[in-house]
Design a protein around this ligand. Structure first.
Ligand code: HSE
Length: 431
């Protein structure tokens, strides 16, 4: 490598699970990366809260600093792996305004403040890359932003949260209760001590907002995303899903309809034959339907230091290449002006499980309520011996219906004198 070869100065902000792997790989693979970039990638510093604190990694201590401002000023590329909104937002805006390129894995920041950050990058003519923000190692942001730029994405169905997929998979394969599966996930390090962001669907909602914005060329904000988590899913729901040939998955769904776009995160029944049904453990997968391309599926590890570092390094190489040879990567486009629809306007299929009196005329009464609200029944099943006398269970699957109509249906069914309980209402996706 020639000594006079151009250097690209890189600041890494944060040295946690991802940051430490990014730094290690940049150091270990420097020569290879230099060949790919056409310039030598040089880490000018790694920002940590306390440079003197004992660490398990063997990153050169001389690179550690707590002086974020000085580090950012010295670098050409800022790699933000701190997470959280502040100080990340302020630091990145300042960096972009100063013309520096940014690589970030910070989905929460992009989902909450994306427009401001995208605009700052665009105004400064700087690169903003964030492949690791959605589904970790899986190449997804680039395919959606670049490879599919000539197509029209119709629908995205994604398992974009590994923690919840792990918990649901354990509930499915080992017949565990939610609490037991979650505890196991925490012991294995898949779930955080405070699992709220994952199990309540906030993490998936942030990723859904980012993906929908890219796929539909518009601004979808976090608050536009309807969100339900998996905390209410019971072993009975899982067993009933299996009986009807489904598996329960937490899905991030972004859909373009004639009326606008609808973006939502909720548990859903996925048919066993659908590719997403076979996504096991903590893996992520995203299924995309595009007008010309047809169906596409992206699969891989959505979290973890090393897999996520792969996506970050890919971004660093892209951005560094632009600095080395001139030019800039594509920005996200946001020219589409259609409404973001509330969930009540979405059209989905449902399966509801009811505990009803086991006597003549019950099915007719329930069916009449569905009919009254324009919800068409696709199938009714009465699982044998599922309930103690005088009750029976009914499992009703519907054709596609408007959410608002389904809500009204369920409200009325709850009040119906022959219905003892609405045991669950789950949407069906992927059929
Ligand atoms: N906590 C996320 C998950 C990974 O469980 O998939 C980071 O987005």
């Amino acid at each position: 490598m020639a000594d006079d070869q151009r250097r690209v100065r890189i600041a890494i902000l944060g040295a946690g699970t991802v940051g430490s792997q990014v730094a290690r790989l940049l150091i270990e693979q420097k020569d290879d990366l230099a060949q790919r970039i056409g310039a030598i990638p040089e880490i000018v510093g790694i920002a940590v809260l306390d440079p003197d604190e004992a660490r398990e990694d063997d990153l050169p201590r001389s690179l550690l600093t707590s002086d974020l401002g000085a580090l950012v000023a010295e670098a050409d590329i800022i790699v933000e792996l701190m997470g959280g909104i502040e100080p990340a937002r302020t630091v990145l805006l300042r960096a972009l305004n100063g013309g520096k390129s940014v690589v970030t894995a910070n989905k929460a920041l992009l989902a909450a403040h994306g427009p401001e950050i995208y605009e700052a990058a665009d105004a400064a003519g700087a690169d903003l890359y964030f492949e690791a923000a959605v589904a970790g190692a899986i190449p997804l942001v680039r395919p959606v932003r670049e490879s599919l730029a000539g197509d029209r994405v119709k629908k995205i169905l994604g398992i974009v949260n590994g923690t919840t997929n792990y918990v649901l998979d354990e509930m499915t394969t080992k017949h565990l209760a939610y609490d037991v599966a979650l505890k196991e996930a925490q012991e294995l390090g898949y779930a955080e001590a405070d699992p709220t962001a994952d199990v309540e669907g906030y993490d998936a909602a942030a990723k859904a907002a980012i993906l929908a914005s890219l796929a539909f060329h518009m601004r979808v904000r976090l608050e536009d995303v309807y969100r339900e988590g998996i905390t209410e899913i019971t072993p009975h729901d899982v067993a009933a899903a299996a009986e009807s040939g489904h598996v329960i998955k937490l899905l991030a769904i972004a859909e373009r309809t004639e009326a606008g776009v609808c973006v939502r995160v909720h548990p859903a029944l996925v048919p066993l034959a659908h590719p997403l049904a076979n996504v096991r453990g903590a893996f992520n997968a995203v299924f995309i339907e595009a007008e010309a391309a047809g169906e596409l599926m992206f699969y891989g590890k959505g979290a973890g230091g090393l897999p996520t570092a792969s996506a970050v390094l890919g971004d660093i190489v892209s951005v560094a290449r632009h600095l080395a040879i001139g030019g800039k990567g594509p920005r996200e486009s946001n020219y589409v002006d259609v409404p973001v629809l509330p969930l009540s306007a979405a059209r989905t299929r449902f399966q509801m499980r009811l505990r009803v009196l086991d006597q003549p005329g019950v099915l007719a009464k329930v069916a009449a309520i569905l009919g009254k609200h324009q919800v068409s029944i696709e199938a009714v099943r009465q699982p044998p011996r599922a309930a103690e006398a005088p009750f029976a269970h009914l499992v009703i699957s519907t054709h596609e219906a408007v959410e608002a109509d389904l809500d009204a249906t369920v409200d009325e069914i709850r009040e119906c004198d022959v219905v003892n309980a609405v045991l669950s209402v789950l949407r069906i996706e992927g059929e």
